[in-house]
Design a binder for this molecule. Structure first.
Ligand code: UD1
Length: 344
């Protein structure tokens, strides 16, 4: 019998790609999503890609009784991948309580319900934001956690602590914290991708919308950083590669291969690319010219950060595989598909 995995936020950007990879690896997936930042049609697209329709429950993880009933309905869930969270950095500064409520209470509900329903493990979506501006690059999992730049970042730090404290208190569960760097790109079928609400805050959706003519110009935030070309440097990780890291993490939990009850892995390529370099690779690999201008720095931006992914490479046996060129072409193909469908 297939092992059951619950994916919260499974119709979202990273969640939907992960559901497909889990199904491809033989897991049965149950999605729970409140559709606050995605649509139910994503379930149809997941089915088109994998050939399997995942179970879908339109429910908020904040609803403790509803989640309790969900675990009872789908008895035997072995592990959870917890994506469901609010994720806009700027909005979190405006609405901190919304962010603390959504992101902390959702996790607390899951951690309370897991022992009751014999769910053994959880994979948590964390972020390289916990490192702030690291003192040493590439950054390893041992780097100190810096004071968060935003309530959003703080929820990632606090949630990591909540998981550690809960397990230290004797909860019979284990966890893997995956610290993502900058996930970008879309599924090679162009059936799944990132669909931001309103004006995108993140680089790639803004960039592809500009290339499409939806936005007039991409603003590059700063060219006076202490980096080779003055623009910020990031570790851009392909979303399908990132999704595969979750599958490996789930297998590690289920096969009880963990070296500790809580393990932390950096999920990045190990390669830093500047914003200006990224623009140039986009233009070269798609043949599309991009209208952009340099403007002032964006408040709260980290100057440069990229992963040391050695621990994930050796211990998880996971490695990023897709080239940045293919990744950017996939992001562009997704944007073209959105236009075809009349969405953006
Ligand atoms: C941000 C968050 C990170 C979060 C991630 C997911 C911060 C400091 N980090 O990552 O915690 O996990 O989003 O949403 O906020 N850029 C432009 N023009 C644009 C947009 C972005 O030049 O229109 C630049 C930014 O200045 C940055 C780079 O592109 O240097 C990447 O930006 P973005 O995609 O927003 O991700 P991060 O800020 O790295």
């Amino acid at each position: 019998m297939k092992e059951r995995i619950l994916v919260t936020g499974g119709t979202g950007y990273i969640g939907s790609h992960t559901v497909v990879e889990l199904q491809n690896s033989g897991y049965e997936v149950i999605i729970v999503d409140n559709l606050s930042n995605s649509g139910a049609d994503v379930v149809d697209n997941i089915e088109k890609v994998s050939g399997i329709r995942p179970a879908f429950e339109h429910l908020d993880c904040l609803d403790l009784n509803g989640m309790d009933a969900l675990f009872a309905k789908y008895a035997g869930i072995k592990a959870i991948i917890h994506f469901a969270a609010s994720k806009a950095v700027g909005e979190s500064v405006q609405k901190p309580l919304l962010y603390y409520r959504n992101n902390l209470l959702s996790l607390i509900n899951l951690l309370e319900l897991m022992p009751k329903h014999n769910v053994g493990g959880i994979v948590f979506s964390s972020s390289c934001t916990v490192y702030g501006q690291p003192d040493e690059l590439p950054v390893t999992e041992q780097a100190p956690i810096k004071k968060a730049e935003s309530p959003y970042g703080n929820t990632k730090q606090i949630n990591e602590e909540i998981i550690c404290d809960t397990i230290a208190s004797g909860s019979p569960i284990s966890a893997i914290l995956l610290r993502y760097f900058n996930p970008i790109g879309a599924h090679p079928t162009a059936l799944l991708g990132e669909l931001p609400n309103g004006v995108p805050q993140n680089l790639i959706p803004y960039l592809t919308q500009t290339a499409m003519g939806i936005r007039e110009k991409l603003n590059v935030f700063g060219d006076d950083y202490n980096t080779p070309d003055g623009s910020c440097v990031r570790d851009f990780i392909n979303v399908v590669d990132l999704a595969k890291a979750h599958v490996v993490a789930i297998a590690r939990i289920l096969q009880q291969k963990q070296k500790a009850k809580v393990e932390t892995f950096n999920i990045g390529t190990g390669r830093g690319l500047s914003v200006l370099e990224l623009i140039s690779v986009f233009e070269q690999s798609t043949g599309v010219k991009l209208n952009y201008q340099i403007v002032g720095r964006r408040a709260g931006d980290i100057e440069k950060v990229w992963a040391n992914p050695d621990y994930a490479n050796t211990e998880l046996g996971w490695k990023s595989e897709t080239s940045i060129e293919d990744t950017l072409r996939s992001a562009w193909a997704w944007q073209l598909k959105l236009r075809e469908k009349g969405i953006q």
